[in-house]
Design a protein around this ligand. Structure first.
Ligand code: ASP
Length: 296
């Protein structure tokens, strides 16, 4: 069977604020980040391992808004969230309200593996990271000059600041035909402390089952109301949609410029639709089809 991977670094009003140097940095990073998962799949890794490692690489890259380089809340702090789901086991792990966990997706994976729960938040999640000796950092470690600027602009004129892409994610189909999905984020610039978006919500921002794996990005509240990630799987199962039709229809069911999603099915077919100006994305498969994109 063939393998396939797609990654995203967020969807939104990317293009008007994209400087030449930022574009060059992103265009260099996206193929390297896609290759993290592609080389693992080539060597027989499972889809679940691949989406975790690919998402850790995205969290560690401060060009994208998860882990270091995450956006700030209205209070000037970081509250991180992530989720991961394995289609073969039908199991998920999700975390939210994190302040010190360097790689939220790693904690989500540990919740999947080591607990009977699917979702752990706040101080309880922090305590698990401590007990399991995951890497922890001071909250300010996540801050970059770029995100501080964005928060200042947002606070001085909340109406003028268009939504910024603020999430990363990965979906993969391994050589056995199993799929998995992962999503990690700092949320949205200037969010209320305590606000939880779609990224850590299984069904909304992340889904994987015996058909398809999906990771979403965009205006989280809309993806929550649409149950977007799960709806792609439901359309395939109940309406007989192809993966492209299902993802496109779910995106079209939300208001314009809501964001985007990446999806892969168990035959390794990928789709990466978005209704916003752009979505940072990369993909590769065992047939040698690979690429990256920013705008349409
Ligand atoms: N979906 C994320 C959230 O609402 C943000 C994004 O993807 O840009 O928290």
């Amino acid at each position: 069977m063939g393998w396939a991977i797609a990654i995203h670094g967020g969807a939104g009003a990317i293009l008007q604020s994209l400087t030449d140097s930022h574009r060059a940095a992103v265009e260099q990073a996206l193929p390297e980040l896609t290759e993290v998962g592609a080389s693992m799949l080539q060597n027989g890794a499972t889809a679940l391992d691949v989406v975790e490692k690919a998402t850790i690489a995205l969290e560690e890259c401060e060009l994208f808004q998860a882990g270091r380089g995450s956006v700030l809340t209205a209070a000037g702090t970081h509250e991180l969230e992530a989720s991961i789901m394995d289609g073969q086991m039908g199991k998920a792990g999700a975390v939210c309200g994190l302040r010190t966990v360097r790689n939220p997706i790693e904690l989500a994976r540990q919740v999947l593996e080591r607990t009977d729960h699917a979702f752990v938040g706040g101080s309880g999640a922090e305590d698990l990271a401590k007990a399991w000796e995951l890497d922890r950092v001071p909250n300010e470690w996540f801050t970059t000059e770029r995100r501080l600027d964005e928060l200042r602009r947002h606070l001085s004129d909340p109406d003028a600041s268009r939504p910024h892409p603020a999430t990363v994610g990965a979906v993969a189909c391994d050589e056995k035909g199993f799929v998995a999905a992962a999503t990690s984020t700092g949320g949205t610039t200037g969010k209320l402390p305590g606000r939880i978006g779609d990224a850590p919500l299984i069904n909304a921002g992340t889904w994987a089952d015996s058909r398809v794996a999906v990771s979403c990005t965009g205006i989280g509240e809309r993806f929550i109301l649409a149950g977007a990630a799960r709806m792609v799987a439901a359309r395939m199962e109940l309406a007989g949609d192809s993966i492209e039709e299902a993802a496109k229809r779910v995106m079209a069911s939300m208001p314009p410029e809501s964001g985007g999603m990446i999806a892969v099915d168990t035959a390794g077919k990928m789709t990466l639709p978005f209704t916003s100006q752009g979505m940072y994305r990369g993909w590769a498969n065992s047939d040698g089809d690979s690429g990256i994109g920013i705008g349409p």
